[in-house]
Design a protein around this ligand. Structure first.
Ligand code: ADP
Ligand code: MG
Length: 265
């Protein structure tokens, strides 16, 4: 029998010993999270804490269960076992922007939001993602990068305490991806959500995250802080050494595969 127990606490009470604990309080705690599909155990035992405002990247090979874990945190998976504590205010951005084609960009951004100032707030966030002039446009008129920025605006207008990103830049060209990295950094500095970024791009994880996790065979096999000073440059000694460590954990042979900046299989 499933022992699923998903608790949603708001405001968070976990570990909030202000004054006693110099660390920020927790935004996420998962305990013994497990997911099986039939006989196949995809997530075996995931115990993870993410602090408020912390940016965590989750790496893993294709099919390792990254999206399954993200869906569990999003509350989109009824079949997950274990205990999950997450904030109520959470938003998800997927690789595909998932904009409704029959609604304007602004209507997509504020869809389901209540309150008289929702549209003003929506326009302000569209401005912040560089789409100030596109609120009345139809989604089909946007480029891939613009559509993904609209999807980020839709996530942020809800002022999430937890932002869940599932390979959000995976379908974008390299130049657009660099711009999106800079935009995401600015937005995270302004809104300070806890972030879980699922990616298979090691460099993306190292450029953006405070901490990088590797998911292997259903467990977090590596959990490392990214101690690379800003501005983070791919050529920095610490960057290169962390990249090698992560690629080794992912089972990628750098020398054989020329893995610099490349996506995982
Ligand atoms: P990742 O995001 O790391 O590429 P996923 O979390 O999407 O991997 O999937 C992990 C594994 O779980 C894959 O083998 C996938 O086929 C399987 N899986 C995911 N969702 C389902 C489902 N609803 N039913 C059966 N198997 C699934
Ligand atoms: Mg996935």
């Amino acid at each position: 029998m499933a022992t699923r127990e998903v608790e949603v606490l708001h405001p968070l009470t976990l570990d909030e010993r202000v004054g006693l604990n110099p660390e920020p309080p927790l935004a996420v705690r998962t305990e013994a999270v497990r997911r099986r599909f039939g006989d196949r155990v995809v997530l075996d035992r995931i115990d993870l804490d993410i602090r408020k405002g912390e940016f965590v990247a989750l790496l893993g090979r294709s099919g390792s269960g990254k999206s399954t874990f993200l869906r569990a945190l999003a509350g989109l998976d009824e079949g997950v076992e274990g205990r999950i504590t997450v904030p109520t205010a959470r938003s998800v951005v997927f690789q595909d922007p998932r904009l409704l084609p029959w609604a304007s960009v602004l209507d997509n951004v504020v869809l389901g939001l209540k309150g008289g100032d929702a549209r003003d707030h929506g326009r302000q966030v569209l401005d912040e993602v560089g789409l100030g002039g596109h609120g009345d446009a139809w989604p089909k008129t946007l480029s891939g990068g613009e559509a993904q920025r609209a999807s980020l605006a839709r996530a942020l207008v809800r002022e999430p305490e937890l932002l869940l990103l599932d390979e959000p830049f995976g379908a974008l060209d390299a130049l657009t991806r660099i711009r999106m990295h800079a935009l995401l950094q600015r937005l995270c500095a302004r809104y300070t959500p806890a972030v879980l970024l699922v990616t298979h791009d090691v460099d993306e994880a190292l450029l953006l995250a405070d901490r990088v996790l590797v998911l292997t065979e259903g467990v977090i096999s590596l959990d490392v802080p990214v101690d690379v000073p800003a501005p983070r440059l791919r050529g920095d000694r610490q960057f290169i050494s962390l990249r090698s460590r992560l690629l080794a954990e992912l089972g990628v042979d750098e020398a054989a595969e020329g893995a610099h900046g490349k996506a995982l299989p």
